[in-house]
Design a protein around this ligand. Structure first.
Ligand code: ZN
Length: 131
């Protein structure tokens, strides 16, 4: 396993890029809207992992709700697994609370599923399997 990316909730990707790209020097290599999750994402590689900047595309987006409650910050950690179906079965068997019982398609066509923060010490966990 490895950390595929860290998701950061922002009030706007363009504004956030002024810091992450302009000031810090990372490079935005990919921007995409994920309709299913009502978010727009920007991916900035850093070493073996990436920073994923997240922006809400509608008022009922999970990112809009997160910003309302917490005002930005780290939204989730994405752990890359080899077989997401197997990981979900194991987590469920171990008593973890799953947000997604079945994988769905996320950014860059990867399979993803979220684990509820109540099972992982308050951190929203995204499982991700590259296609
Ligand atoms: Zn993510």
């Amino acid at each position: 396993m490895k950390i595929n990316h860290l998701g950061i909730a922002t009030n706007g990707i363009d504004e956030a890029l002024k810091f992450w790209q302009g000031a810090l020097g990372l490079v935005n290599v990919h921007t995409e809207t994920v309709e299913d999750q009502k978010v727009r994402v920007a991916m900035l590689p850093i070493g073996d992992t990436k920073i994923e900047l997240l922006e809400a595309t509608s008022e009922d987006s999970p990112i809009a709700k997160f910003l309302e409650k917490r005002g930005g910050g780290i939204h989730h950690i994405a752990v890359e697994v080899e077989n997401i179906e197997e990981s979900l079965v194991k987590l469920k068997k171990e008593g973890a609370r799953l947000i997604d019982e079945k994988p769905r398609v996320g950014a860059e066509g990867c399979l993803i599923a979220f684990v509820h923060p109540s099972s992982s010490n308050g951190v929203l966990l995204e499982l991700i399997q590259k296609q």
